[in-house]
Write a protein that binds this ligand. Structure first.
Ligand code: GDP
Length: 226
């Protein structure tokens, strides 16, 4: 994308696309496994969507809202599972990968290196990975640590989309400011999707659209299978 591209914060979906998204995410979602190191990353032929973001960004809450589960992604908060990529099967049609949170203020250097090694290993050659949803707290916007991950994604040529979380916590005009600022910053990143999504897991805002978008991603118009 380039600087001249107008700000696009949303996209519209047909009722049919929304229904497809609803159906996709209404399917049974089960925890497959957690990979703490490269050798444990499973091979798979299913399309995959990954979720990334700073610790506490609201990643578990959004995955739970998408899949209409109360505690599915809480599994990532289980001690010992925080520093791993957690894989979930969605109805045998899609794999959701919950990447370990990053950006702890006092994370020891060794932990940061471990995170970087694991995430790079995951991103490398993951052809089935359709998209990374990069979650950003709407109150804070992009931070340096987010840019670090964005650069890793650019280098791995993995498409990613910024998804603002917790938009219920700020006023609409503040959301606009954050969107403008984020959009400008995204222009420097080659693999960034130009549309920014706004969500609130707490108020169920933007969740239906995100489902529709992810359903569209795994079966684009013309190849829809229901
Ligand atoms: P994670 O560490 O990224 O998985 O974050 P969590 O999903 O555990 O959320 C971190 C905190 O933010 C928790 O206290 C959640 O209740 C809160 N939270 C998450 N999503 C929202 C949201 O959409 N709105 C509000 N107001 N709070 C949220």
């Amino acid at each position: 994308m380039n600087d001249a591209e107008p700000l696009r914060v949303d996209d519209t979906f047909t009722d049919e696309e929304r229904e497809r998204g609803r159906k996709l995410f209404a399917q049974t979602c089960t925890f497959l496994l957690g990979a703490a190191q490269q050798e444990q990353i499973p091979e798979s032929d299913f399309p995959e969507i990954a979720f990334a973001g700073r610790s506490n960004v609201g990643k578990s809450s959004l995955i739970n809202a998408l899949t209409c589960r109360k505690a599915l992604a809480r599994t990532s908060h289980t001690p010992g599972r925080t520093q791993q990529v957690n894989f979930f099967d969605l109805g045998g049609r899609l794999v959701l990968a919950d990447l370990p949170g990053y950006g702890y203020a006092r994370a020891p250097k060794g932990e940061v290196q471990k995170w970087t090694r694991l995430v790079n290993a995951y991103l490398k050659g993951r052809v089935q990975l359709k998209r990374v949803q990069l979650l950003i707290d709407a109150r804070h916007g992009l931070k340096d640590v987010d840019h670090t991950l964005m650069t890793m994604l650019d280098q791995a040529a993995v498409s990613y989309q910024v998804t603002l979380t917790k938009v219920d916590k700020i006023k609409a005009n503040v959301v606009e400011d954050i969107l403008q600022k984020t959009h400008t910053e995204l222009a420097r990143h080659v693999a960034a999707h130009p549309i920014i999504r706004c969500t609130s897991a707490a108020k169920n805002l933007g969740v239906e659209d995100l489902r529709a978008e992810l359903a569209r991603l795994i079966s684009p118009p013309g190849q829809m299978s229901g």
